[in-house]
Design a binder for this molecule. Sequence first.
Ligand SMILES: O=C(O)CCC(=O)C(=O)O
Length: 238
Amino acid sequence: MIDRRSNLSGDEFREQYLQTKTPVIVDDMMRDWPATYLWTKNYLTAVCGAQIVEVMSNRDADPLFEMRCDNHRTKMLFSEFANIAFSDHPSNNAYMVANNQFMNTEGGRRLMQDVITSSAYFDPARAPGQVFFWFGPGGTVTPLHHDVLDIFLTQVRGKKRVRLFSTDQSHLLYNSIGVYSDVDFEHPDFVKYPLYRHARPIEFDLLPGEMLFLPEGHWHQVRSLESSISVSFTNFRR
Ligand SMILES: O=C(O)CCC(=O)C(=O)O
């Protein structure tokens, strides 16, 4: 179970979740974000369609597509990628992931004007370089990993299925490279990774308009169930 909270003040968030490193979904903080209704294919293409962006491509050909992400960096027109991302065919082959510098571009800055981050939770002075854009079709998968920073993953469009493990299960998750687990969450090999049998994730869907607090060290795997756009933030007010 994960808490789903509304009307959560900045102080309550810090005391009950940020300081105790407890995941939570806040379901009413994005109500006023123009992004939630503006970010259609037509709008996004009008704002930044002519811009070149970095996309992780050709992921289907590589089971370690995330660990070897540098091999998958591809440049394309935003409009070209929007056709892929808004297509009705689920695919994990191409995904704009956080580490794409998009928020440092003119198009990214324009889109951020459609996002109203609560100053109760976030420190706007520390936003540059700490806000990230995720965009892709249904079917993208971010493999099981943990992060070294606390993150708010805000869901602007589409639905994502999240599988989350508490930090005390790390020893069951076979971390050999970087922040990644060797276990393929959706096709686990229990013979190779026997301890994983004892791991107990919680599973939930992150819906458009919801923000998920992912404390550092909490392992997670994420699958987009629909064409999806998320913005993630690490500039917490402390
Ligand atoms: O939305 C995704 O695909 C992955 C998000 C994530 O894993 C993260 O922000 O750490």
